[in-house]
Design a protein around this ligand. Structure first.
Ligand SMILES: [Zn+2]
Length: 258
C-alpha cells in the first residue's frame, strides 16, 4: 500500500468492509477507483485507494459510491485535511510559456490525447504491489504540488516529482505493467506512460531516448528510456508522475524513503 495521506494531491485509503463478499465496484467523482484486499489484524477487508486531486477542496465532505456485487449501493464518506504547497519560480525557454499559435494547437491536441490515455482503467490487470521502485538514480525534488510561475506567469501546479540526473542515465519502470503510450509532447518531451491496472499509472517525461514501445509488457525495474531535457525543462531530469483514478498524486507516497 502507499502511505495514506488524505490531503489534496495525496491518497485516501478508505475501508469498505470485510472481503467475504466479492469486490465492490467503487467510484469517486464519477471515476472508477482502485479497490484492493488488505489484511488488517488478521481480518481481510476491501479498501479503496483513492487519488485526491490537487484542486480538491479539503473543506468539503468527500464520498465514494460503492456498488456491491449484488447491486446494493451505498455511500462511504471520508474527510480530507488541507495541505499547503510551496511556490516555485522557474525560467524556461519563452516558447514554452508564450505559445505560438501552432504550438498552442499542438498542445491542445496533445492534451486531449493525454487526458484520454490517463482515463484508462484496466480491470483485467491488478497491480502486484502499490509500492514503486525509484525510476532513476538521482536527487529527488520535493516539489510535487508546487504552485508554479514560469517566466513570471502562473501555470498549473507541479504534477510529479523531478529526479535530477545527467542526460543518458537509465530510467526503469517503477512497477510491472503494460506500456500504454509513447510520444513526443510539447511540454512533456519524450514520454512513456505505463498502465499497472485498476487506474494506477506511471508517467516518465523529458526523456532523451525511449527504449520501449506501446503495448509492451514491462517488468518492475525494466529499462524504458534515458533521462533527457526534452519538452519544457530547465535542464536534464526525469519528471515522474503517479496517477490513481485520473488524479496525479505525490509519488513520494509510493517510494522508499530517500
Ligand atoms: Zn517535473
Amino acid at each position: 500500500m502507499p502511505d495514506a495521506a488524505a490531503v489534496p494531491g495525496g491518497v485516501a485509503i478508505v475501508a469498505l468492509g470485510p472481503s467475504r463478499a466479492p469486490r465492490p465496484s467503487t467510484t469517486y467523482q464519477g471515476r472508477p477507483v482502485l479497490v484492493r484486499e488488505e489484511v488488517r489484524e488478521g481480518r481481510p477487508r476491501w479498501v479503496a485507494v483513492v487519488g485526491i486531486g490537487l484542486a480538491a477542496d479539503a473543506a468539503q465532505p468527500q464520498a465514494l459510491q460503492v456498488r456491491e456485487a449484488g447491486g446494493r449501493e451505498r455511500r462511504v464518506a471520508f474527510k480530507l485535511s488541507p495541505k499547503r504547497y510551496a511556490e516555485q519560480r522557474l525560467t524556461v525557454a519563452p516558447r514554452h510559456v508564450e505559445l505560438a499559435p501552432d504550438d498552442l494547437a499542438r498542445h491542445e491536441r496533445e492534451r486531449a490525447h493525454l487526458t484520454a490515455v490517463l482515463r484508462t482503467f484496466t480491470t483485467a490487470r491488478e497491480p502486484a504491489t502499490l509500492r514503486l521502485l525509484v525510476p532513476t538514480a538521482g536527487p529527488r525534488s520535493a516539489t510535487f504540488g508546487a504552485r508554479r510561475i514560469f517566466n513570471h506567469q502562473p501555470r498549473a501546479p507541479h504534477s510529479g516529482m523531478d529526479l535530477a540526473a545527467p542526460t543518458g542515465t537509465p530510467v526503469v519502470c517503477a512497477a510491472a505493467g503494460e506500456v500504454l503510450d509513447v510520444g513526443d509532447y510539447f511540454f512533456n518531451g519524450h514520454t512513456v506512460i505505463v498502465d499497472h491496472g485498476l487506474g494506477f499509472l506511471t508517467l516518465y517525461c523529458h526523456l532523451s531516448a525511449v527504449d520501449t514501445e506501446r503495448g509492451r509488457e514491462v517488468a518492475a525495474g525494466a529499462l524504458i528510456g534515458k533521462v533527457g531535457a526534452t519538452g519544457r525543462v530547465t535542464g536534464p531530469h526525469l519528471h515522474f508522475s503517479v496517477y490513481l483514478n485520473t488524479q496525479s498524486v505525490d509519488p513520494a507516497l509510493f517510494l522508499p524513503t530517500a
